[in-house]
Design a protein around this ligand. Structure first.
Ligand code: SAM
Length: 163
């Protein structure tokens, strides 16, 4: 099994263009039981272990009302990933797929997303199930899960456009 940063048969790397700063801010840190990419779930499970999402100041006030939701969408920065592969061989068998056709952590902007269930809150820390990232993974954003969220702002014309 190869899950670190090596290139496998059938994979292709490109030269990374210079970074243009999107101004991302790491708003917290995720604490999980996993310290090796080889041991981390490939996708989080709803019945997986409780993990802790620590939110840093000054963003703790932004957690207000979050406990109204059973399910959240978590976005995180897969900080140990290489970012330069356009073709990848998830099965390590010489066959390859385009990076945008898989959910590999290796991507030009290594953003991971998971839908998690909210198991509790302790001050600036959320307790959740459903994650699949390494201990210490930087947190990018938290949102209510899409289908469980009804927009609070009044409707606008585009909401009624079909076809
Ligand atoms: N659920 C997310 C998604 O679909 O966007 C991530 C899926 S990705 C396949 C999960 C894998 O990424 C884990 O099994 C682990 O090998 C790897 N991984 C987890 N945390 C990472 C990190 N901080 N840096 C690099 N790789 C990580």
């Amino acid at each position: 099994m190869v899950r670190e940063n090596e290139i496998r048969e059938g994979e292709r790397a490109v030269e990374m263009p210079p970074a243009s700063d999107a101004g991302l801010i790491f708003i917290g840190r995720i604490h999980t039981p996993w310290t090796s990419r080889m041991m981390t779930p490939r996708q989080g499970r709803r019945d997986g272990p409780v993990c802790r999402i620590e939110v840093f100041e000054p963003w703790v006030a932004a957690l207000a009302n979050i406990e109204e939701f059973d399910e959240l969408e978590v976005l995180y920065w897969l900080h140990m990933s290489r970012r330069d592969l356009v073709l990848q061989s998830p099965a390590s068998d010489g066959t390859s797929r385009g990076t945008f056709s898989i959910r590999s952590p290796v991507r030009p902007n290594p953003i991971g997303t998971s839908i998690v269930t909210l198991a509790g809150r302790e001050a600036n820390t959320l307790l959740v199930r459903g994650l699949d990232c390494l201990d210490g993974t930087p947190l990018l954003d938290l949102k209510p899960e899409r289908t469980g969220f009804t927009p609070i702002a009044p409707p606008q014309p585009g909401d009624f456009e079909v076809g």
